[in-house]
Design a protein around this ligand. Structure first.
Ligand SMILES: [Cu+2]
Length: 302
């Protein structure tokens, strides 16, 4: 089946949608797909996996490092775009944790302004949560250390939270997905898991990430390219009759990150919602119903 044929047809795929966000209300309008000079961002390619943050710890210990620095990526072939990135990748590396892990991640700030990391939604001690006044100066580093509590399995988010600076660091590329797994995960292992990390990229005609406008400050910033795992309108492959677990993070620097604002493409889906919080309990995690979503990707049975 061709991907275009599939769009608009009913799919029965279990979704786990984290309901997240720090910002205010969005205006609900779809994003503008055009961007002069950068209209050549390829579409229709396979959904890539998110790069994963390596774990150098032993059993029960997640140990790694994250550096924030400027980097260059090519969203459109041949057009270099400077981003501010965690470990050089946009979106940031996927962090996979297990309940009970001791988490030790050393953050190094190689930007020219203060930064920190907020572990959005994870219950961690206040001094480890990247509060707006707890910043790491340029050239400095800090080790975030906490226990991943039992009962917290779910899908989370990480991003900078320095006072007055977090929005720019965020829209220039610094944010990523966290998964906490439970030993009592009710979803069978043979169900394939996909991670859909949705960002909106605001590029100017030269292919640079544009600064905020006054309108953005008033209404919330909305980019002109919607990306999933850094790719525009990718294709998600699923065998006929198969189920997949989807963990979806609608990640934006401002405005309410509601999925319906992300694309003009409509897909009628029977979905199950999982909020990521409160903790994973089979009896509570599914809300059945019929939803209409605008999704910035296509589904292919091929
Ligand atoms: Cu947050």
């Amino acid at each position: 089946m061709k991907r275009r044929e599939f769009l608009g047809r009913a799919a029965s795929v279990p979704f786990f949608v984290p309901l997240i966000g720090c910002g205010g209300g969005g205006d609900g309008s779809p994003t503008d797909p055009s961007s002069p000079g950068t209209g050549s961002i390829p579409t229709g390619l396979d959904l890539p996996d998110l790069p994963r943050l390596p774990d150098n710890g032993g059993p029960g210990l997640f140990q790694s490092s994250i550096t924030a620095a400027r980097a260059n990526v090519q969203f459109a072939p041949g057009v270099n775009t400077e981003v501010w990135a965690y470990n050089g990748v946009v979106p940031g590396p996927l962090i996979v944790l297990h309940e009970g892990d001791d988490f030790r991640v050393t953050f190094t700030n190689s930007l020219s302004q203060p930064s920190n990391i907020h572990w959005h939604g994870l219950p961690v001690p206040p001094q480890m949560d990247g509060n707006p006044m707890d910043v790491i100066q340029p050239g400095g580093s800090f080790t975030y250390a906490f226990r991943v509590l039992s009962g917290t399995a779910g899908t989370y988010w990480f991003h900078p939270h320095p006072h007055h600076l977090s929005h720019e660091q965020f829209f220039r590329g610094m944010n990523g997905m966290i998964i906490v797994r439970s030993p009592a995960d009710p979803v069978p292992d043979d169900i394939q898991e996909k991670h859909l990390y949705i960002t909106d990229l605001g590029l100017d005609a030269a292919g640079a990430i544009r600064p905020n406008t006054d309108g953005d400050e008033l209404n919330g910033r909305e980019g002109n390219h919607v990306l999933v795992n850094g790719r525009k309108e990718p294709v998600i492959r699923i065998r006929p009759g198969a189920s997949q677990r989807w963990r979806i993070v609608p990640s934006r620097s401002s405005t309410l990150p509601t999925l319906p604002t992300f694309s003009r493409k409509m897909l009628q889906s029977r979905i199950a919602l999982y909020s990521g919080w409160p903790p994973f309990r089979p009896s509570q995690q599914f809300i059945s119903g019929s939803f209409t979503l605008w999704l910035p990707f296509a589904i292919s049975s091929a």
